[in-house]
Write a protein that binds this ligand. Structure first.
Ligand code: PRX
Length: 653
């Protein structure tokens, strides 16, 4: 069906460096340096031009950018509605009947659902009317705890339409995690489902949702019937989605929002035990979502874009909802597991729907590598023209495997660096420009700037490593606050002062052209299979078990998941360590945070190494799990604990 074309060429000097071919450039939105030059000259003017070109505003801004450290604002006093931009705009054009979402259910014998832009427009309007009838007003918070079904995008856009602030919670998080977030967000309504399919099993989500609603300000719960499970419905509180929609209005006026009104809150893990509500604002977020989607993935009208991230993470928000819909693209959404019914499910989907742009995480690539290339090679993947990765540093082997086995050696691999806080991608090579170098993400997105500083705040020279920061003008999609917690927001601007947004990532300046290699988090945040987890949250969860006195969690490198948590646990005197107890602790973590946070190993220990002031020395634990020299232990309060731990861990140092 598709003719393989040479999309990239090898560098003449460097075997591991690739460039777009002339043929590829011909089609690309961005193909030469002029854009970078223009953006650097006057970033604010550049973003203003993009904002005008990409979106329809009800009222234009009086001022493009304002910086009052540590706060910044974009498109001041402008008015817009993001749902209007993602839907109403398109239905006035030929895109009215274009597929907006191709949804693939997990059960292989169940048919896909295709929602055209008009379908999506109608459903969003109807659900927006429902939300209004449930008493949701602009500025109110709506919790969304849904699996990967189109109702999740419908619910998000319906909130956006009426100016409600959504807070999506990953459906694999426990009810307790949901509850913690809903309490903080002071949500009024929750949208959830009876369940979903995962590896052929029907998972009951409503049970967790019920736990999540307890003790919160949630007054109404809307339940999507996905699986047909017999779930508990609380009279006067719980309503079926389909029943509410029966009498809903087909049109709901989009609410004009100020550019600096919040569009959503998304909770993410920091270095403390409490997740933080990252607050994104309407105008800037939409502009960055639009242009990064269009340029990073070179999205054209005929493309089929598949971002495999769950909607519960920022990647799902920006590239599995807002970005593609704002640009009017066709996107694919898949409900289930990559290995159901077999390890070639993803590749079978790519072939069936002719996916052209594919965006996933390094951990998934390494998993497929382990399963073997015979799975992708069973399918014709010639439709793919661009590959993307996100979420953690990608190792060279995985990059090359992805490039060769999935991309057939002809597709650029776009390694995008960004964070929940940044709202959209920030550092990556653009497909029509290059270069594509394994393990090197690339340059700052036009109109943004980053630096790499040493401990003293001095920029490092090419070839050297340091800490990644962003400088003003801060990208339009950047967080504006931490929900109800400005002190935590200010922490991002504390390390090097208010002029620098501190990313908590290590980075290396690759060359003199601004290319950057990311080397991973430098704080106590882990990336486990691409998921962001906090060691402190995990420690709190484990310590809340009655048998535990004390616990320290550190990240250990893992071949597939990138990193995994290892928990060092001291038990109460009267408690005997056992494998049974380890299982129980894992179950306890499942119930407190969710299965994604499960420790890979639990190590019982009579004592944890501590400083004389009683602080647990995580540095030593990290060295132990990495088989690295532990360094000087003589200043510890209990140096003998290290010897015992070496035996427990099986330290080979
Ligand atoms: O350490 C960086 C890593 O993921 C962190 C942000 O995680 P989260 O907020 O969950 O957002 C992930 C999806 C945007 C960063 O601080 N990270 C993300 N992308 C990359 C990366 N590390 C290396 N290379 C990347 N491309």
């Amino acid at each position: 069906m598709f003719k393989p074309v040479m999309w990239v060429r090898k560098d003449t000097q460097n075997d591991n460096m690739f460039w777009p071919s002339d043929e590829f450039k011909k089609k690309a939105w961005v193909k030469d340096e002029s854009l970078y030059t223009e953006a650097t000259k006057d970033p604010a003017a550049f973003w203003a031009k993009l904002a005008r070109e990409g979106l329809e505003w009800f009222k234009e801004w009086d001022e493009t950018y304002q910086w009052k450290p540590p706060y910044y604002k974009w498109f001041l006093n402008a008015k817009l509605n993001v749902s209007f931009n993602a839907l109403d705009r398109h239905i006035k054009t030929w895109r009215r009947n274009k597929a907006a979402i191709i949804w693939v259910p997990e059960p292989p014998n169940e048919k896909e659902r295709v929602l055209t832009y008009f379908d999506l427009y109608r459903e969003v309007n109807r659900f927006a009317s429902v939300l209004k009838s449930l008493g949701v007003k602009k500025g109110d918070r709506v919790g969304i705890y849904l699996p990967m079904i189109p109702e999740v995008q419908i619910a998000m856009l319906a909130c956006t339409r009426i100016g409600a602030i959504h807070s999506v919670v990953f459906s694999a998080f426990s009810g307790k995690s949901l509850q913690e977030r809903m309490v903080d967000a002071e949500a009024k309504v929750l949208v959830t489902s009876d369940g979903y399919y995962r590896r052929g099993k029907q998972i009951n989500l409503k049970v967790e949702a019920d736990k999540g609603v307890e003790g919160t300000s949630i007054e109404k719960v809307v339940v999507v019937k996905r699986v047909g499970l017999n779930v508990n419905m609380v009279e006067g509180r719980d309503y079926w989605w389909h029943e509410l929609l029966e009498n809903a209005d087909n049109y709901c006026e989009p609410e004009p929002r100020d550019s600096e009104d919040p569009i959503f809150i998304l909770y993410t893990s920091g270095t403390t035990g409490k997740p933080k509500g990252v607050e994104h604002h309407t105008g800037g977020y939409a502009v960055q979502a639009y242009w990064t989607t269009k340029w990073d993935f070179d999205l054209h009208d005929e493309d089929v874009f598949w971002c495999t991230a769950d909607i519960g993470w920022i990647t799902g928000h920006t590239y599995g909802c807002y970005g593609p819909l704002l640009v009017g693209a066709t996107m694919l959404e898949y409900e289930g597991a990559p290995n159901h019914p077999q390890q070639d499910r993803w590749w079978s989907i790519v072939e069936t729907y002719g996916v052209t742009v594919f965006y996933t995480a390094p951990t998934a690539i390494r998993m497929f590598m382990q399963w073997g290339e015979n799975w992708p090679s069973k399918h014709n993947l010639d439709s793919i023209r661009i590959l993307g990765t996100v979420g953690e540093p990608i190792n060279e082997e995985a990059w090359l495997w992805y490039f060769n086995k999935i991309g057939g050696g002809r597709c650029p691999v776009i390694d995008t660096w960004w964070q929940t806080e940044t709202g959209g991608t920030l550092i990556n090579s653009l497909p029509g420009i290059g270069p594509f170098i394994p393990t090197v993400a690339g340059r700052s997105f036009p109109g943004t700037s980053h630096d790499i500083l040493d401990e003293t705040g001095k920029p490092v020279p090419p070839g050297e490593g340091g800490y990644l920061v962003q400088t003003s003008p801060f990208a339009p999609g950047m967080l504006r606050n931490i929900w109800k917690n400005p002190e935590r927001y200010k922490e991002y601007f504390r390390v090097y002062g208010e002029e620098y947004y501190y990313t908590s990532d290590g980075a290396r300046r690759w060359d003199e052209f601004g290319n950057i290699r990311l080397t991973g988090r430098v704080d106590d945040v882990m990336k486990v299979a691409g998921h962001r987890l906090s060691t402190a949250e995990l420690e709190n969860a484990i310590t809340s078990h009655e048998a535990v006195v004390e616990c320290a969690v550190v990240a250990s490198p893992h071949d597939i998941k990138g990193e995994v948590p290892i928990a060092f646990v001291t038990l109460k005197k009267e408690t005997e360590p056992s494998d049974q107890l380890k299982k129980e602790l894992i179950k306890h973590v499942d119930a407190t945070i969710g299965p994604t946070a499960r420790p890979d190993r639990i190590i019982f220990s009579n004592e944890l190494p501590k400083t004389r002031s009683g602080k647990i020395m995580r540095r030593i634990l990290k060295s132990l799990v990495r088989n690295q020299p532990v360094g000087d232990t003589t200043t510890l309060m209990n140096p003998e604990s290290v010897q015992q731990l070496k035996e427990e861990v099986g330290f080979k140092g």
